[in-house]
Write a protein that binds this ligand. Structure first.
Ligand code: GDP
Ligand code: GDP
Length: 435
């Protein structure tokens, strides 16, 4: 897990400009479904050999001035909870405002390292004048110009010194299950239901990451680490902040886990955000299980209704019908074990390795069933195939003209692999090489 640096400060001091400078050309998280104002607010940066995540907490503040103060305060509070180092940005051009003073007061009262950054110090004169910010009560100043880069090297040198030591994490091989999903679908209730169940033993892992609460689960003599992304239980005034951090948290949990358990509320349907999480999990090649929670609220639970829900979800997330769906009630505890059983099955599937002879036998059979087309007079041929890796699985195919392979044939192969070998809940990577 990378350390986190948050950028706080009142609007217009240059937070996003600094963020963009720190992130550079690296790709920030861009969630187009959230609209433009939420673009580029979380991304990875690199300085003196240290990598860290940067969060720009700006852009979510209400316009009305009375709510603004509350908004900035809240932004600071969340930043404190979520980060290792804070960049407190002020405006060297405009000088100290009462809002700066309020933020300074909040930041001085706690232990996290804070760097006071007067921005827009574009020239010598403004850099000198920035000394007025000593009045905010911090020992050091790091005047910069986010626009022309002045002072940013010194700031970054200091910043990386303050990052927590890189922990040589001794590889814990315990499989990690991340419970992800939109707010209020029942993630915490599910974890509580496991806690209260006599067949499960759940213990806290002390001192784990600041932004997700990890616990150890033992079920049927097997150990798992649960990554709970619910967090931020407290009531927040600025709802967008909660959602933004929940996106950040979800992204980190998805990167860290072996299995992503996407929880849905059966009464609320499947939305763009759910699909986004699924696609991310797939992109990171994690095992995936979908859990339909609040099943107790579904009227007429006849045998067809689960199937209907399945069809509905698969229709919303095309090509993801390899993902198993379990309907549960976190409230009553109904089928909560099944989630763990299915997640375990997906773990095994993800580790599965198919022998090369079996694969080649398989490929010959499917080539007979559906011959490859002819391209520019040359019949396409797949010569052989091996699984080069498991956990997650990667298949390598050798063929004469890889770039001519039709997309639908690729899908056909994937479907056939699943029919023949399973890989339930597991994204499959296939590469085609010239031979
Ligand atoms: P935020 O609201 O704190 O995220 O601020 P922005 O990054 O949107 O910047 C607000 C305004 O200040 C924009 O017009 C920027 O171009 C400008 N700005 C940001 N950094 C600098 C700087 O280093 N020097 C100058 N002169 N202007 C800057
Ligand atoms: P989270 O934000 O995803 O962690 O969701 P919570 O666990 O806080 O649950 C949100 C709300 O849904 C709470 O009021 C829960 O009591 C309720 N809830 C959670 N699971 C169930 C369930 O299985 N059935 C019903 N009827 N309500 C549930």
């Amino acid at each position: 897990m990378l350390p986190v640096v948050s950028i706080v400060g009142r609007p217009n001091v240059g937070k996003s400009t600094i963020f963009n400078r720190l992130i550079g050309s690296r790709k920030a998280i861009v969630d187009d479904q959230y609209g433009v104002t939420r673009d580029r607010h979380y991304g990875e940066s690199f300085w003196n050999g240290r990598r860290f995540n940067v969060i720009d907490t700006g852009g979510y503040l209400p316009d009305e001035s009375d709510v603004l103060v509350a908004g900035v305060r809240e932004q600071v509070h969340i930043a404190l909870e979520e980060s290792d180092v804070i960049l407190f940005v002020v405006d060297a051009e405009g000088g100290i405002t009462s809002l700066d003073q309020a933020v300074a007061e909040l930041l001085r009262k706690q232990d996290k390292p804070v760097l006071l950054v007067p921005n827009k110090a574009d020239n010598d004169e403004r850099t000198l004048n920035a000394t007025e910010f000593y009045a905010l009560g911090f020992e050091q100043l790091f005047p910069i110009s986010a626009i022309n880069g002045r002072g940013t090297g010194d700031l970054l040198d200091e910043l990386v010194k303050l990052l927590p030591e890189e922990q040589e994490e001794e590889e814990d091989k315990t499989p990690k299950l991340a419970i992800v999903g939109r707010p209020n679908v029942g993630k915490s209730s599910f974890i509580n239901a496991l806690l209260n169940n006599e067949r499960c033993i759940v213990t806290d892992i002390p001192g784990t990451t600041r932004d997700s609460i990890n616990s150890r689960l033992t079920y049927e003599n097997k150990d798992y680490i649960l990554i709970d992304t619910a967090g931020l239980r407290k009531k927040r005034k600025v709802k967008e902040n909660v959602e933004f951090y929940s996106t950040v948290r979800t992204d980190r949990a998805l990167k860290e886990c072996d299995i992503a358990i996407l929880m849905l509320d059966a009464m609320r349907g499947f939305e763009a955000q759910d699909k986004h999480i699924l696609r991310e999990a797939e992109k990171y090649n994690k095992g995936i299980v979908i859990v339909l929670n609040k099943w107790d609220l579904v009227p007429e639970k006849d045998t067809h209704i689960h199937k209907e829900f399945e069809e509905y979800i698969y229709s919303r997330a095309p090509m993801m019908d390899y993902v198993p769906i379990v309907s549960i009630s976190a409230l009553s505890g109904q089928r909560i074990h099944k989630v763990i059983t299915v997640a375990d099955r997906v773990l095994q599937e993800r580790r599965k390795r198919i022998s090369t002879p079996d694969l080649n036998d398989f490929i010959n059979r499917i080539l007979k069933e559906k011959p490859l087309p002819i391209r520019r007079g040359v019949p396409l041929k797949i010569k052989y195939c091996t699984q080069v890796k498991s956990n997650p699985p990667v298949f390598k195919f050798f063929m004469n003209i890889p770039k001519e392979l039709p997309a639908n044939y690729r899908r056909f192969i994937e479907n056939k692999i699943r029919q023949e070998f399973g890989f339930e809940g597991v994204p499959i990577t296939m590469t085609f090489k010239k031979k």
